[in-house]
Design a protein around this ligand. Structure first.
Ligand SMILES: Cc1ncc(COP(=O)(O)O)c(C=O)c1O
Length: 468
């Protein structure tokens, strides 16, 4: 089995994408000399493309000497074709990454992962910003340290100890430009001799792009309604890391039970691999208190990532990476290399906001608000679709995943739905292996009012009712 990700919106033809992806894996040494490629029929089926696309790509690889075709027995990787220095990272440009919050005038936008922007606690926040600027000027306005302000790192270390059962020294924390930068730094630290990265499938598409762009070779592992299916972790490789969202799998919403956490840690110990724990929205767990972090069980094996993007606003671009002690020095070096450090006034303001209780008050208020919105969405889905809809995952966060029996959310249907005034997001966008999540939508309720949620689901019913 080989794993390729095709971008159907790209200007690059599919044949060229298949060829390019296999070529890269051969150059990188991920596909070893003598290993057999799947048949063109098999690969075409896996990718959901016509067989001609794959046959043409195979022909190009063969004619450049990357493969040998043994008559009747399949296509094999040729020897002498591995040259890791020449393996190119995938191109990332404004078309391939999801940028910003699209403003869709008049359209009810169920974009997942955006908090309620109108509820940003502006007044207390501005007081904290003012307090930040009242620091001695040399301290607040000069160059800082790559790991970030000690005031904020102390506040975070207290916060994660109380809320997530995670004990760390403030010196293990690096303040980052959100999860996005933290992942880049973690990849830099962990991808060396080992290039294999095990990811939940599906997982945020941008995360896949970042890991691939840093030279990671992605190995997808299925998720079910309890998160990562640990029994399917690959046994034939020793990966650089396993990337997990154990508190609230993104996008399908499962919460990893303790038995699976222990198996995952055992796997990490046996293979000598690290775990990256992406804890992006577990503050908003509606059917109980936030769960303990994976990090708490094995601090020396886990790189923990937290973010203020969901609890406050993504516009602050502030998150944090908690590293095992052995990686702290190099981690700070990488952060320095990226952008010297996060900007200081926001760090000081955030430290002040947390220390004077503004942050926990805001969290408590938002948790009640999101719980209410979620209830409205669930009720409306049940009323409009009855047994045809199945809500999956745990009651946490800013979005839910819902499976619609017998419906395939292809591009045409999505356009039709948007023309009716509502934008919904297919889970399939985040699939590493395509074709399994065509019937599943992600409905973000964080930034919608209750009226909009109700109207949006009714509009959706109008559209699916007609086509379903
Ligand atoms: C799984 C996951 N983690 C983290 C984030 C947050 O990223 P950032 O902190 O860079 O805003 C997202 C964004 O939606 C996400 O999907």
């Amino acid at each position: 089995m080989i794993h390729l990700v095709l971008d159907r919106n790209s200007a690059t033809p599919l044949t060229r994408q298949v060829y390019g992806a296999i070529r890269e894996q051969i150059l990188a040494g991920a596909l070893r000399a003598g290993s057999r490629l799947p048949s063109s029929r098999e690969l075409a089926g896996q990718l959901g493309v016509s067989r001609n696309v794959v046959m043409e790509a195979f022909e190009m690889l063969y004619s450049e000497g990357f493969t040998t075709a043994r008559h009747g027995s399949g296509t094999y990787v040729a020897s002498g074709a591995s040259y890791p220095a020449a393996a190119r990272a995938p191109e990332i440009n404004a078309q391939t990454v999801s940028m910003g919050y699209d403003s869709l005038r008049g359209v009810i936008n169920f974009k997942p992962g955006t908090p309620d922007l109108r509820e940003f606690p502006l007044r207390p926040w501005l007081q904290s910003v003012k307090a930040a600027y009242l620091h001695p000027v040399e301290d607040a306005l000069g160059y800082g340290q790559p790991e970030g302000r000690i005031e904020l790192r102390r506040a975070i270390s207290d916060y994660v100890a109380h809320q997530r059962g995670l004990l760390c020294h403030p010196d293990q924390i690096i303040i980052t430009a959100g999860t996005t930068q933290a992942i880049g730094i973690a990849c830099h630290l962990l991808l060396g001799e080992r290039r294999d990265a095990v990811l939940e499938d599906p997982i945020t598409r941008d995360i896949q792009l970042i890991i691939r762009s840093q030279g990671g070779i992605i190995h997808p592992v299925a998720v079910d309604d309890q998160g990562l299916v640990v029994d399917e972790l690959p046994q034939d490789i020793a990966p650089a890391f396993v990337y997990v969202t154990p508190s609230h799998q993104f996008p399908l919403g499962g919460t990893l039970p303790i038995q699976r956490r222990i198996s995952l840690l055992e796997y990490a110990r046996q293979t000598g691999t690290f775990l990256i724990e992406d804890d992006y929205d577990s503050e908003f767990r509606f059917d109980g208190p936030p769960l303990a972090s994976l990090h708490g069980l094995a601090p020396e094996r886990v790189l923990y990532i937290g973010t203020f993007s969901k609890t406050l606003t993504p516009a602050l671009r502030t998150g944090y990476l908690i590293l095992p002690e052995s990686l702290v020095g190099e981690g700070r070096g990488r952060k320095w290399h990226c952008d010297l450090h996060n900007e200081t006034p926001t760090q000081l303001a955030l430290a002040h906001f947390i220390a004077n209780g503004g942050y926990s008050r805001h969290l408590a208020r938002m948790k009640r608000l999101y719980a209410r919105k979620r209830r409205v969405l669930e009720r409306e889905l049940r009323e409009c679709f009855g047994g045809r809809v199945k809500i999956i995952g745990s009651a946490t966060g800013l979005h839910l995943a819902a499976r619609f029996e017998g419906i395939r959310f292809g591009p045409e249907l999505l356009i039709e739905i948007e023309k009716a005034g509502v934008r919904v997001y297919p889970a399939e966008t985040h699939a590493i292996r395509p074709g399994l999540l065509d019937d599943t939508l992600l409905l973000g309720y964080g930034n919608l009012g209750e009226e909009q949620i109700i109207r949006g689901v009714r509009l959706l019913r109008g559209k699916i009712g007609k086509t379903g």
